[in-house]
Write a protein that binds this ligand. Structure first.
Ligand code: ATP
Ligand code: MG
Length: 401
């Protein structure tokens, strides 16, 4: 079963220290999951996940001289802080029965790494490595990794029926790694996409966000449409032109969500994000950015007004407006312009206006008037010039007071 095929990796000392200690205590520990996948692809893992034969209480005992966080004892996970780095250590486990295509009802621990690898989702995620055994690859994960293929471990229909979230994960990994989804795996997603209705929306949204914020989202979004998953998750397909825009904007959540939903108006986008349990900021800002992106911007003044209403997010709306063909590319030069664009940046404030004898609605109207003047001509933004400008208009405000 073991195939020490000569793989050797440079494991950072803080991980090596943990693995060696477990080994010297008679336990087997392996690097698994995304960290091993990254190393095999020649990438630096962002964190290390270890699978270990020892049960959590034993792991805590073995590392009793180090800081240990009981991350998820029931699921077998503890985090040990080694040389300042967190390392997640999870006991080999097999999942109990799955109810309702969601998380397993229970998990049980096993002493066999083979059983632990068999319950993992995709072949490229189901390998294990340590210095003693080399690479353990029971499901041809390495070959799929080299060919760029996402394929379930075992029968895809069975695996997606156990846990429907894996369908979103397949699409997410396809986008993150730039991999194709193997035919049988894709067919099973198309067949079972409706079962995503039983998965918590937050978990679906978290995978969707990782998908769209990744380096290669286009193919994965096409598959998102083709499989019928888009219909379940967004209640509609994503327009082809929106798919094409996603990789052209910055990779932050607001930019990518705005591009994804730019075929809708702001209100519809907000409804979709609400149904996905997106955050309040994501809902409000994406809605405003999408509406703003549908307008044309002609010059510095237009952009200053946009900055006044959207702040730093104005740049996102401007970029989308250009991509949607509504504004010229040259308009982007004004995005980082820092001339005053909001009332709080004016050289005088409400108290100065009150001191001049204004009250009630006249205060807001006067400030709005001054802001408009300053946006047209930023050189007006001194205390003296604003006060004298105000004096020329005194007659207009009087009635409002
Ligand atoms: P990332 O780089 O995004 O962290 P990852 O592969 O480490 O990628 P995680 O979600 O951190 O992804 O999961 C760690 C590992 O646990 C996976 O590689 C996989 O082996 C297993 N796993 C996670 N979620 C599932 C699931 N729903 N079903 C089966 N196995 C899973
Ligand atoms: Mg991970």
């Amino acid at each position: 079963m073991r195939e020490n095929n000569g793989y050797k990796f440079n494991i950072p000392s803080y991980v090596d220290l943990i693995m060696s200690r477990l080994d010297s205590c008679g336990e087997s520990a392996y690097i698994v999951g995304g960290s091993l996948r990254d190393m095999l692809m020649g990438r630096e893992p962002h964190d290390f996940d270890l699978a270990v034969s020892a049960e959590p209480a034993r792991v805590c005992e073995i590392f009793s001289d180090m800081r240990v966080i009981k991350t998820g004892i029931a699921h077998g996970t503890v985090t040990v802080i080694s040389e300042g780095h967190p390392v997640e250590i999870t006991t080999f486990r097999v999942d109990g029965d799955y109810l309702d295509m969601r998380r397993p009802e229970s998990v049980s621990f096993t002493r066999r790494i083979e059983d632990d690898l068999a319950r993992r989702d995709f072949t490229v995620n189901a390998m294990a490595y340590n210095g003693r055994d080399g690479l353990i690859d029971l499901f041809s994960g390495l070959s799929d990794l080299n060919s760029g293929i996402i394929r379930t471990v075992g029968d895809p229909r069975e695996r997606f029926s156990e846990d429907a979230l894996r369908m979103m994960r397949a699409l997410r990994f396809s986008a993150q790694l730039g991999f194709e989804i193997e035919r049988g795996t894709f067919e099973a997603i198309s067949l079972l996409s409706e079962s995503l209705d039983r998965i918590a929306r937050e978990r679906i949204f978290s995978e969707l966000l990782r998908l769209i914020c990744s380096p290669s989202p286009v193919r994965a979004l096409e598959l998102f449409n083709e499989s019928g998953v888009a219909e379940r998750v967004l209640s509609c397909r994503v327009e082809d032109f929106a798919i094409a825009l996603v990789p052209l904007v910055e990779s932050d959540d607001i930019s990518r969500l705005s591009a994804l939903l730019c075929s809708f108006d702001g209100e519809r986008a907000r409804d979709i994000l609400t149904s996905l349990k997106a955050s309040g900021r994501q809902r409000a800002v994406v809605c405003a950015v999408i509406d703003a992106s549908k307008r044309s911007y002609l010059g510095r003044e237009d952009v200053a007004r946009l900055r006044g209403s959207l702040g730093a997010d104005a740049k996102i709306a401007l970029r989308l407006s250009v991509l949607l063909g509504r504004s010229e590319e040259s308009i982007l030069a004004f995005a980082d312009d820092n001339t005053p664009c909001s009332i709080k940046e004016l050289a005088i404030g409400g108290e100065d206006i009150i001191a001049l004898g204004y009250g009630g609605r006249a205060i807001g109207a006067a400030l709005a008037f001054l802001l408009d003047a300053v946006i047209r001509d930023p050189s007006l933004n001194t205390r003296e010039r604003l006060l004298s400008l105000l004096r020329t208009r005194e007659d207009i405000w009087k009635d409002l007071t």
